[in-house]
Design a protein around this ligand. Structure first.
Ligand code: DX5
Ligand code: ZN
Length: 217
């Protein structure tokens, strides 16, 4: 069964507390938090104060996606709040060392790749991580369309993990909806990030349920 990680970016920030309550009852396994610094991506979003408040007010595990240039400067603080932290392969840091910092802080380390980065680029990091996040849109904004080349990358990473006997969460992020969810799941993704598909739905629980169901067919 796939897990759903709704992306907070698509929420109405004035209504965060009611969104959290709905989310807790929605059947979503975690909450995706998109952190942007305006340099690594051309947008600014959530930082420590909002993440800390979310942590204090919910038991849903926080799935932190760092779209920032120097994640090594911030992972230890985010580790206080997160269940898992994704850092970008393309960021300006020693990726292996930063993943180890995350692990040493007791948090699941995750490596993420942008659409232009090939799957093979992270093969030699697979022993360091508990999750790989395949971006299926250019990071920076919600509401974009799924880029098809993500599907083959998910499949290649799943095949490599199977070949090496590695248990791995493979997460896909961007443009996930009722049409693209089963494609990504069939390729080997087991955690689907969904922003607009969940937060723009009339009934969040129904959206989560339907996304899971459509992947089972
Ligand atoms: C994009 C973010 C995504 C985004 C997903 O930079 O990483 O998490 O919010 O939003 P949707 O599901 O609307 O594409
Ligand atoms: Zn994200």
């Amino acid at each position: 069964m796939v897990q759903i990680s709704p992306s907070m970016l698509a929420a109405d920030f004035v209504e965060l507390s009611s969104a959290l309550k709905k989310l807790e009852k929605s059947g979503a396994e975690m909450l995706h938090i998109d952190v942007m610094d305006g340099i690594f991506v051309p947008n600014l979003s959530i930082g420590f104060p909002v993440t800390e408040s979310l942590y204090k007010h919910t038991n849903i595990p926080l799935d932190v996606h760092l779209m920032i240039t120097k994640p090594q400067l911030y992972v230890e603080k985010f580790a206080k709040y997160a269940q898992r932290i994704s850092i970008h392969y393309e960021s300006d840091c020693d990726v292996r060392e930063t993943l180890r910092m995350i692990k040493n802080a007791g948090v699941i380390p995750s490596i993420t790749i942008k659409p232009a980065t090939p799957a093979e680029a992270i093969f030699d990091l697979l022993d360091e991580v508990g999750m790989v996040l395949v971006m299926s849109v250019e990071p920076g904004f919600g509401g974009q369309s799924y880029i098809d080349s993500a599907t083959d990358k998910i499949a290649a990473i799943r095949a490599e993990c199977d070949r090496r006997g590695l248990e791995m969460d493979i997460q896909v992020d961007g443009g996930i909806n009722m049409k693209t969810a089963p494609i990504a799941a069939k390729a080997g993704a087991n955690i689907l990030v969904a922003g607009s598909a969940v937060f723009n739905a009339e009934d969040m629980a129904q959206a989560v349920r339907e996304l899971k169901a459509v992947c089972e067919q």
